[in-house]
Design a binder for this molecule. Structure first.
Ligand SMILES: C[S@@+](CC[C@H](N)C(=O)[O-])C[C@H]1O[C@@H](n2cnc3c(N)ncnc32)[C@H](O)[C@@H]1O
Length: 449
């Protein structure tokens, strides 16, 4: 248990004391469990392997460090720091585009001139980008003018999905970042909403985004991917990397929800279930459940080729556009995992309402998606990470991350007969699991008969 800060000390000293206290706890946990101290050396674990109680100390240490950094820089320094961040991704982009990590052997010390030669790039510019990468711990500098692998670059060299993730960030998403405000201010787009619902609070269409301005196209990002197989492959690979992040793994949703309570032989529809990763994990754990994975035709074709033989009699695959009426009637649960955050409120309402004619009384609708923590529930540093994701969703899709209240309000707006049943916030994760049941009022049910 962390000691409270000494109120007689200045804030900076309180923060420094908290950082020392939390860091000491983290190091003792690592030492007691025979785990290595954090390091920049290639081979360091991608993430500190900490249990939830120590993970909380890590979150507190990082939050305190961030606030201390801002205070010590002072208002002007902190402002200039933001300006610097605008260019931070340039060196990571160079690492990605020129596949620099893959060109270095672990333990090899290479001159910056040699890096430029291996990349067939301008020596002066490449040397400067590589030196910037050193300052961001993406590479290390064993001696002046030379670089070598850091833990991060070695990971980028060895984990192809991570390389794809960086490519997706630097080449698909980052170009839209400086168009977020111009898209907001775009006169012709102001007030545009789904299906002409001009008063909608968040209904800007997915083809009037910062991404559309950045790429000079009027088709939504997912449509662009359909015409560009390599970009689509990189996006799918980047998404599969996200599935391995803490809280984003299928196992997290398996453990957070009582799937067994749906009953023996229950049917679950995984709406937008992609390649069926979750469905396979769910039926491995609960072999008596039947899961129908729905997605767009191309995705289902690919899923069909990849579905493990052991899942064939428990997992069915179905092409379905979730903007059309739900074809599976009377299922026990309809599951939306990382789907609705891709869409603005108006589009989410349309997706949810497509379920209604198919629902039997008591059917569950389970949303497994990011949730923005309430103010003060996390450090500003932690909240910033999810707010950055929220802005990324706005930039690419005109969609959003939501608070728990926004999630429950959205589903209630889709139809008041969706009754909130449970809310679970996954530990040490921005992901939530919100369960609704379909409860038509007796009078409404009778009238419908
Ligand atoms: C962010 S992914 C989430 C996939 C999966 N639920 C998971 O958690 O890994 C969004 C999914 O929605 C699918 N999708 C997009 N538009 C769709 C539509 N109109 N109908 C059905 N699926 C759609 C995409 O193909 C993709 O598989």
């Amino acid at each position: 248990m962390a000691a409270p800060p000494d109120p007689d000390q200045p804030r900076t000293v309180q923060l420094a004391a908290a950082i020392l206290q939390h860091t000491t706890s983290i190091e003792s946990y690592l030492q007691q469990n025979g785990l290595p101290s954090p390091s920049f050396a290639p081979g360091a674990p991608p993430k500190l392997p900490l249990p939830p109680n120590v993970e909380q100390q890590l979150a507190a240490a990082l939050g305190a460090l961030d606030e201390l950094n801002a205070l010590l820089l002072g208002p002007m320094g902190w402002l200039l720091n933001q300006v610097g961040h605008a260019y931070d991704l340039c060196s990571l982009h160079a690492l990605y585009r020129y596949k620099i990590p893959a060109q270095l052997a672990v333990g090899e010390e290479v001159s910056v001139a040699e890096i430029a030669r291996r990349c067939d790039a301008d020596e002066d510019a490449m040397a400067r980008l590589v030196q910037h990468a050193v300052t961001n711990y993406l590479l290390v500098r064993p001696r002046p003018g030379h670089v070598a692998h850091s833990a991060t670059s070695a990971m980028l060299a060895n984990v192809p999905v991570l390389h794809d993730f960086v490519g997706n960030v630097c080449e698909d998403m980052w170009p839209s970042a400086h168009k977020v405000v111009p898209a907001l201010a775009h006169t012709a787009w102001r007030g545009a909403a789904a299906d002409g619902a001009t008063a909608a609070k968040s209904g800007r269409p997915p083809n009037q985004t910062a991404h559309n301005l950045a790429e000079g196209t009027d088709v939504p990002f997912f449509e662009t991917l359909k015409g560009d197989p390599e970009r689509a492959r990189r996006f799918a690979s980047a998404m599969s990397m996200l599935q391995t992040m803490p809280g984003f793994e299928p196992t997290a949703a398996l453990e957070a929800y009582d799937w067994g309570a749906l009953g023996h032989g229950a049917t679950v529809v995984d709406v937008g279930g992609s390649a069926g990763t979750f469905a396979v994990a769910l039926t491995d754990k609960h072999p008596d459940l039947h899961v129908i994975v729905q997605d767009l035709p191309d995705v289902i074709d690919k899923a069909r080729a990849e579905l493990p033989a052991r899942s064939a009699d428990r997992v069915a695959l179905q092409s379905h556009d979730f903007f059309t009426p739900q074809p599976v009637t009377s299922a026990d649960a309809y599951f939306f995992r990382m789907i609705l955050h891709d869409w603005s409120d108006d589009y989410c309402l349309r997706i949810l309402r497509q379920l209604i004619p198919a629902l039997k009384p008591g059917a569950r609708v389970v949303i497994n998606d990011l949730s923005i923590p309430p103010p003060g529930a996390t450090t500003l540093y932690e909240e910033r990470q999810i707010r950055c994701k929220d802005i990324a969703m706005m930039a690419m899709f005109n969609s959003k991350e939501r608070t728990m209240d926004e999630w429950t309000g959205l589903v209630a707006e889709a139809d008041p007969r969706f009754r909130l049943r449970s809310v679970v916030q996954l530990p040490a994760s921005p992901i939530g699991l919100i369960e609704f049941t379909w409860e038509p009022a007796p009078a409404v049910a009778a009238a419908a008969e």
